[in-house]
Design a protein around this ligand. Structure first.
Ligand code: MN
Ligand code: MN
Length: 462
């Protein structure tokens, strides 16, 4: 009976019981690099800069339209510094299709409004509009950094990352004291903190030479910003600034088996996808990595996955070989590398245990996402699932199956449907995350490594 069970039943084992000593060592090293990437990349722009640095160090060059290409060439294209496309040209012509991994590098955060600075009751604040799906109460009473760019009237671009250096000041959004929280605590968790109250404190010192005028604290803040960056209030109109958590990526747990950090979604898939691309030799099919922006607000916009920027890159690449892009698309396959929910024993009621990813059981292959009855999902075919499970098994990747919660519990989407809409076979595969979309998310190191190995296997498919 035991033999029969072994033969017939599916059996997912912990990566700890499956990985070799050499793999465990490689896993530890990869995760150190990943932590550095996370700590330095808290916006999509910062992640693109970091990624380009890694690519150029490894021989990748900017792909200019009209450039000749041959097997082994390593190319990349930055989309306005906010998204990135990179490829290693394979032995087979791109008309045979491309193996793509698409991850995203934007994360939920607190964006500034175009006219942010104001003063109320002698405290300076900034008005904000949150970005992506957040639980608002999680973003109060935590230390925040201010990151982004400001394009001044004269065209000069100022880059800001206040709070990154240990000596920098920080910012924070206040919450009500429990002593006076009676009415607030009776509200739902959605309404307990209002969106318009997510205004970080940015100053409190009145401008000293002004004895009676109004907005003296705001004046001090503006004067300091003007002295340091040369900006005036109107320059916030042409800026992209956001508050992000001041949490560096750190080991979690006595055994250090987890990483706690801001922005695992989706840099925990983006970094392994990039690293795997850098680490491969000339693949059979062209291998490509996409680091997309705007996934958290629907993949819209010029730097999102719906943008024709992707198609233009593909056209340019196909033109270099004189092949039709539609021929390339229909023979391509895409791993939509995005995080999935990890089973959380504190909240077992929202997931269905038999089809939910466990931490330390590897990358989660996700046939469909969406809400309710697969609404909005691209739903990978049986044939594609067959291909993927074989790629992973043949390469000894620790992987598992995962779905996003109970059928009518909620749901979510990724870039998968936008790739599939282009006639590219697409399936989701990503790292299971605890506390997804919180300012401090948790992943297992083994699952980061598994994601890297899965990407390697997919890029180098024979
Ligand atoms: Mn994501
Ligand atoms: Mn997300």
């Amino acid at each position: 009976m035991e033999d029969l069970r072994k033969k017939l039943f599916s059996d997912s084992k912990s990566a700890f019981d499956r990985m070799t000593a050499a793999e465990k060592k490689e896993c530890a090293a990869l995760n150190e690099d990943y932590k550095t990437f996370l700590t330095n990349g808290k916006t999509e722009r910062e992640c693109v800069s970091e990624a380009i640095e890694i690519l150029e160090k490894n021989g990748f060059v900017p792909f200019v339209r009209g450039m000749k290409l041959k097997a082994g060439d390593k190319i990349y294209r930055s989309n306005r510094g906010k998204a990135l496309l990179a490829a290693v040209i394979g032995e087979k012509n791109v008309g045979n299709g491309v193996n793509l991994v698409a991850a995203h590098i934007d994360s939920p955060r607190i964006d500034l409004k175009p006219m942010p600075i104001y003063e109320d009751s002698e405290i300076a604040y900034m008005k904000c509009c949150y970005y992506g799906g957040i639980k608002k109460y999680q973003w109060t009473v935590i230390p925040l950094e201010l990151h982004g760019v400001i394009v001044k009237k004269n065209g000069e671009k100022v880059e800001i990352a206040i709070g990154r250096d240990p000596g920098d000041p920080l910012f924070t959004i206040t919450d009500l004291l429990p002593h006076l929280g009676k009415d607030q605590l009776a509200k739902s968790m959605t309404d307990g903190i209002s969106a318009e109250s997510l205004n970080p404190i940015v100053g409190g010192m009145p401008y000293e030479e002004e004895e009676k005028g109004s907005d003296r604290v705001k004046l001090t803040v503006m004067k300091m910003l003007n002295e340091k960056y040369g900006i005036i209030e109107d320059d916030f109109i042409s800026a992209e600034l956001c508050f992000v958590p001041n949490f560096d990526a750190r080991d979690v747990g006595f055994d250090r088996s987890f990483i706690g950090a801001y922005g695992h979604d989706d840099r925990v898939c983006a970094y392994p996808a990039l690293r795997a691309l850098v680490d491969i030799k000339t693949p059979t099919k062209t291998a490509m990595c996409i680091l997309a922006d705007k996934e958290e607000i629907g993949s819209t916009g010029v730097s999102g996955m719906k943008s024709a920027c992707f198609d233009t890159f593909m056209h340019d690449m196909c033109n270099a070989f004189g092949v039709a892009y539609d021929e390339c698309y229909e023979r391509s396959a895409c791993l939509s590398a995005d995080v999935n929910v990890a089973f959380d024993p504190n909240y077992p009621e929202v997931t269905e245990k038999r089809n939910t990813a466990l931490v330390n059981h590897g990358i989660s292959l996700t046939k469909y996402t969406g809400g309710r009855g697969k609404g909005g999902s691209s739903d990978a075919s049986a044939e594609l699932m067959w291909r993927m499970r074989n790629i992973m098994d043949n390469a000894g990747v620790v992987w598992q199956i995962g779905t996003l919660g109970k059928v009518e519990q909620g749901g979510g989407g990724t870039v998968a449907c936008y790739m599939a809409d282009r006639n590219i076979d697409t399936v989701d595969a990503g790292v299971p995350v605890l506390s997804m979309h919180a300012p401090y998310e948790v992943v297992a190191k083994n699952d980061v490594y598994s994601s890297y190995r899965a990407n390697l296997a997919f890029y180098t498919e024979k």
